[in-house]
Design a protein around this ligand. Structure first.
Ligand SMILES: [Zn+2]
Length: 244
């Protein structure tokens, strides 16, 4: 059934993306949307997902700064089966960078193309992956540093407008056994260092009681049945102000 990420515990720290990382995230979701259009007209059943890794560090205030993206820009992944082992070069690079004293934050990124509203949320397999597989705490003592791992989900919007695509940074906290969501995301200008916030929106999400299917405001009006409604938060992969 999946997980609606803004229902997780909230972590108010900032996630600060370099211009390079922001451009990479936009590229991944754009490639996803492009291939979705191609596959919709063909006999290929599933749209492609893309993925990668972000590297970064915590600053003095505890905010998470992602400065660099993995080398190869167009890794295809399959949900549930998405493992770094399937991308050997990416895994090799990640293991090198885990040892690199410059980095102590690592985000596993993947995209979801849009077919139904549930695609905008983390799947059960995604959450399981963050909890159990994307975890490098075992090497912390030998490296003498904390290795902070995150998930980053990029989802295509129902309207297929790039400015409505969204980004969700999450992580699993082993200490309390809870998933956390980081809604406060920024892009840092390379030239001035100014932080530009990514836009945040609140939307209504409808769950049909009869079959559990999820609908957004517009879709729900065209459906019959009885619905439960709740509000979800999204951070859009878009900032009004930021210009290079
Ligand atoms: Zn997924």
């Amino acid at each position: 059934m999946g997980f609606e990420q803004s229902s997780f515990e909230h972590d108010k720290r900032k996630v600060i993306l370099s211009e390079e990382v922001f451009a990479r995230l936009q590229g991944l979701i754009n490639a996803t949307a492009f291939n979705k259009q191609l596959t919709d007209g063909s006999r290929i059943k599933n749209g492609y997902e893309y993925g990668g890794v972000l590297y970064g560090t915590l600053d003095e205030e505890g905010n998470i700064n992602f400065t660099v993206a993995n080398d190869k820009a167009d890794y295809q992944v399959i949900d549930g089966a998405f493992s770094l082992q399937s991308g050997k070069e990416m895994m090799k690079e990640l293991l090198m960078n885990i040892k690199n004293s410059k980095f102590n934050c690592f985000a596993h990124v993947h995209t979801h193309p849009y077919s139904v509203e549930a695609n905008r949320f983390l799947s059960d397999a995604d959450v399981e992956y963050y909890k159990t597989t994307f975890d490098f705490s075992g090497v912390e003592s030998s490296l003498e540093k904390k290795v902070n791992t995150f998930g980053c989900l990029l989802t295509q919007s129902s309207s297929n407008e790039p400015q409505s695509d969204d980004v969700s940074f999450v992580y699993f906290n082993k200490e309390d056994g809870k998933m956390y969501y980081l809604p406060n995301n920024f892009v840092k200008s390379r030239s001035t260092g100014t932080l530009y916030p990514l836009k945040k929106v609140r939307e209504k999400l409808y769950r049909r009681n009869e079959d559990g299917r999820l609908f957004n405001e517009k879709q729900y009006r065209q459906q019959s049945g009885t619905f439960g409604v709740r509000e979800v938060e999204r951070t859009l992969l878009d900032t009004d102000e930021f210009e290079k």
